[in-house]
Design a protein around this ligand. Structure first.
Ligand code: T46
Length: 137
């Protein structure tokens, strides 16, 4: 559900030496971490995403630079700009996402609940809509 996808504030400890941001199980995330991956060097104008996950839960953070991410639950869409290292976006399963407007220094860091499994992806929007309508009670 789109309303379950929220920006959350990370623990952030700053002093004259810089910022230390913390993502801790049971505080910022409520799933055991099975995988961490990150996007870097995304060329200007590139778009990423264009898929949904069936099971995967994620926390998406932008430790450096900025990018936009639009989430879509098949009924409504919400656009977020991630540009602060102490803010994470919780993304639940069954949400289509598109990412764009990457700054040259952008890093997209993903904390994920599952190991990589291509069968967890829905990469076709019509298939996504069909998946959602089958999932309705
Ligand atoms: C997501 C957004 C934010 C792997 O082999 N292992 C992995 O752990 C991942 C994440 C991807 N791949 C392969 C699958 C594709 O052949 O790497 C290739 C590029 O992946 P994709 O086109 O899915 O990349 P993005 O940037 O569109 O999406 C990625 C994640 O896949 C996705 O889970 O939510 O970042």
């Amino acid at each position: 559900m789109l309303e379950d996808c929220k920006l959350i504030e990370l623990q952030s400890l700053g002093d004259s030496r810089g910022m230390l941001n913390v993502i801790e199980y049971a505080n910022e995330i409520h799933f055991p971490i099975k995988r961490v991956y990150f996007l870097t060097k995304v060329p200007s104008g590139s778009e990423r995403g264009g898929h949904a996950h069936k099971i995967l839960q994620q926390l998406i953070i932008c430790p450096s630079g900025a990018f936009d991410i639009t989430l879509d639950d098949g009924e409504s869409k919400k656009k977020f700009t991630l540009s602060e290292s102490h803010i994470g976006l919780k993304v639940t399963p069954g949400i289509w996402r598109e990412m764009s407007n990457f700054s040259g220094d952008a890093v997209c860091l993903v904390i994920a609940s599952e190991l990589y499994d291509e069968s967890d992806y829905i990469r076709d929007y019509e298939e996504f809509k069909a998946y959602l309508s089958k999932a309705q009670p």
